[in-house]
Ligand binder design. Structure first.
Ligand code: FAD
Length: 392
């Protein structure tokens, strides 16, 4: 059996795994349907990714963090969660974790670019771009991918990192629990008159949620609004002035006048949890394994954790002279990663359900939950641990 790993998808999860395996004797092939030009310089997509301390450490170890300019990394010093029209906030502060920040915000396209720049310096990683994988076949002794250009590649292990709508997952007959939230996230950057003081706000209004994420400049933030699908066209089609006024009002002018400084981007929200993360000589990572609602900002953080777990299992197998596609090797990844993700996935969906339910009972429960979160120390510690991935 050759020692070749094929990774489908050069998104942040696929590229991270390629980087993690670089110090092995493996030949790593990444297949990506986008062009090399796009991979080397992906365009801004509106997503600012909140990274935990664990994720920062993984990116540091991969040599990727140092490729991000400090001018593009925003520190989140505090976070406040508000409900309805009340000014009461569940409050988190970096002092409680004894770090310079609760977490870090980096634009998704810059993470992708830094990962790509790192990967192309490695002789044992080859990227085949501009073509997609159209079929996958794996068995006990061999695995193949078939490309759109009819080429076939044999490997010891195939890893799919081809997004939450993974066609490879379907190809492999792996079912997934999917949850259509029937909502969209509209994201953009806005300039505001008053400074954000590096505080992130998550406001669970009735019928919609609004987040403001502080960027490096003291008066520019990323805005993330989740609204019912049927309302998105109106917001996307407003002219800039109407949109600016609309968002300033939604924040009750807390930040003064707000002005768009980027395009608006829209993402439909679907949660995905694959029923299996592995099969013979096959593993799912990133959103292809678990696609999260962005409200808890954990999608890529889990993706990084998953690829880290898988790479450690592969290295363990290699050190012990074992076949890397062996079911036991992959099953250890599956067990650990499912354990790391399941409660977070279910918890996130429960938060979304509660905070999009505007019945009287839900409104009361929402307020109680914020107060429990603030005043019941074990609950607050647990939320803080998950938010920052630091054990306190
Ligand atoms: C609005 C929003 C905000 C978010 N905020 C956060 C946050 O704050 N923190 C956080 O951790 N996460 C966040 N996320 C989630 C994060 O963006 C995703 O978890 C992450 O991008 C997933 O990476 P991935 O590599 O698994 O998949 P993707 O980024 O979807 O990449 C998949 C890649 O596979 C390629 N591909 C697909 N099919 C094929 C094929 N057949 N052949 C070859 N290539 C293929 C695609 O072209 C693509 O490049 C957010 C998401 C959204 C939408």
């Amino acid at each position: 059996m050759n020692n070749k790993v094929v990774i489908i998808g050069a998104g942040p999860a696929g590229l991270s795994l390629a980087c993690s395996l670089v110090d092995t004797d493996l030949e790593i092939i990444v297949i990506e349907k986008q062009s090399t030009k796009y991979l080397s310089s992906p365009s801004y997509d509106g997503r600012e990714i909140a990274l935990t301390h664990f994720s920062k450490k993984v990116l540091e170890d991969l040599g990727v963090w140092k490729r991000l300019s400090s001018k593009t990394i925003s520190l989140i010093k505090e976070a406040k969660v508000l409900d309805g029209n009340s000014s009461y906030a569940l409050h988190f502060d970096r002092h409680k974790v004894r770090k310079n920040a609760l977490g870090y915000l980096v634009s998704n396209h810059l993470i992708r670019k830094a990962l790509y720049k790192e990967v192309i310096t490695k002789p044992n990683i080859k990227i085949i771009s501009g073509t997609s994988v159209v079929n996958v076949n794996t068995g006990e002794h061999s695995a193949f991918v078939k490309l759109k250009n009819n080429k076939k590649i044999q490997a010891s292990l195939i890893v799919a990192a081809d997004s939450r709508f993974s066609t490879t997952r379907q190809n492999m007959g792996i079912s997934a629990e999917t949850h259509d939230f029937k909502r969209v996230a509209i994201v953009c950057r806005m300039k505001h008159q008053k400074p954000h003081h590096k505080i992130a706000y998550e406001c669970f209004h009735y019928g919609e949620t609004l987040a403001i994420l502080p960027l490096v400049q003291k008066n520019i933030s990323s805005i993330v609004m989740t609204i019912p699908m049927e309302k998105s066209a109106k917001l996307m089609n407003m002219n800039n002035k109407e949109f600016n006024d609309c968002i300033s009002n939604k924040f009750k002018n807390k930040f003064g006048n707000m002005t768009l400084v980027s395009k608006r981007y829209q993402y439909s929200l679907t949660g995905v949890f694959a029923d299996q993360f592995i099969a013979n000589r096959f593993a799912l990572i990133g959103d292809a394994a678990v696609g999260m609602h962005p409200v808890t900002a954990h999608g890529f953080n889990l993706g990084l954790r998953g690829q880290n777990t898988l790479s450690l299992q592969i290295k363990f197998a290699m050190e012990h002279g074992l076949d890397i596609g062996l079911f036991q090797t992959l099953d250890r990844y599956q067990l650990r990663h499912r354990r790391a993700c399941r409660s977070l996935y279910l918890g996130t969906n429960a938060i979304v359900k509660l905070y999009t339910d505007d019945s009287l009972l839900a409104k009361i429960t929402r307020k109680i939950m914020l107060r429990i979160g603030n005043n019941f120390i074990p609950a607050k510690k647990r939320i803080l641990n998950q938010l920052t991935e630091i054990s306190i």
